[in-house]
Design a protein around this ligand. Structure first.
Ligand code: SF4
Ligand code: SF4
Length: 276
């Protein structure tokens, strides 16, 4: 276990030694239970850091900010298990060079477990191993079971009602570390693949397209659901897709950097001849 003072000292060492050019962590938010991202460039700023159970946002998406890692200097970042999984997936998808990342891994209580080079993100076994075993039943999971018990017609009506509130703000996309495309399909208007109007059919298209795009890649960090201004329970869709991928491909994404993206890889002897 590392105390608050010890991890601040660690951050100061990383910056004052020139090991990293920036540390990405958390600072107090607008209410006592909220935290905001903090981008630290000098050792003095480390005293502004906080780390506790309210630090729930997955910060890994900031690492794919255009130009941040282009100078080959290193960045350190505080990450919970979901964020560590994101690093593994982003590295496997060639979106970042894990050599340039130093991970300060912490658990749900806000305790730093250890510091590791990004290339060894799969070695956080004490954090990654706890994901499936220790997750308590959350209200969203109770709702997940309720939705699972519905008939197809009831489930369709449920999602129709939920998606009718979507305002197409794309906050879910912006908050998602795995939604890194510089130009999203919904921003294309020649041709326009997805209707941009905020009506039920267009909202279905958007949310289903996004769910498929995240299949086998979502780390269930919850950034999207927390960002949604109308509280659509997006976690339910992501969790359902994650289950489908586990059942169909025995694939739990983000455990290491050698896992191939499950829906973006193929074998020459796959039975579906259309691939060749
Ligand atoms: S889809 Fe949502 S839960 Fe999944 S990785 Fe993106 S932000 Fe996190
Ligand atoms: S954040 Fe919510 S309202 Fe905005 S586009 Fe996503 S699902 Fe729709």
């Amino acid at each position: 276990m590392i105390t608050q003072e010890q991890y601040r000292t660690r951050v100061k060492e990383l910056l004052s030694s020139g090991t990293v050019k920036m540390v990405i962590g958390y600072k107090p938010g607008s209410t006592p239970d909220r935290r905001r991202p903090l981008f630290i460039r000098t050792a003095e700023e480390a005293n502004r850091l906080v780390l506790d159970s309210a630090c729930i946002t997955n910060l890994s998406g900031y690492l794919v900010t255009e130009g941040l890692l282009s100078d080959e200097k290193k960045v350190a970042i505080f990450l919970r298990p979901e964020g560590i999984r994101s690093i593994n997936i982003l590295a496997a998808e060639s979106q970042l060079n894990a050599d340039q990342i130093i991970i300060l891994g912490f658990d749900s209580t806000g305790s730093v477990v250890k510091t590791l080079d990004g290339t060894h993100a799969g070695d956080f076994s004490e954090l990654l191993g706890s994901i499936k075993q220790n997750s308590p039943v959350k209200p969203s999971e109770v709702l997940f079971e309720q939705v699972e018990q519905m008939t197809p017609a009831e489930r369709f009506a449920f999602w129709q009602e939920e998606f009718s509130r979507c305002i197409k703000c794309y906050a879910c996309r912006q908050a998602c570390p795995m939604c890194y495309c510089r130009r999203c399909i919904v921003d294309s208007n020649q041709p326009q693949w997805v209707n941009t109007s905020s009506h039920t059919l267009g909202n279905f298209e958007w949310n289903i397209v996004r769910a498929f795009h995240l299949a086998g890649r979502c780390v269930e960090c919850g950034n999207c659901g927390r960002a949604c201004p109308v509280n659509i329970p997006l976690r339910l869709i992501n969790r359902r897709m994650a289950q489908e991928v586990i059942e169909a491909f025995d694939h739990f994404p983000g455990l290491n950097q050698t896992q191939e993206p499950v829906l973006a890889s193929f074998k020459k002897d796959d039975s579906e001849t259309f691939i060749l």
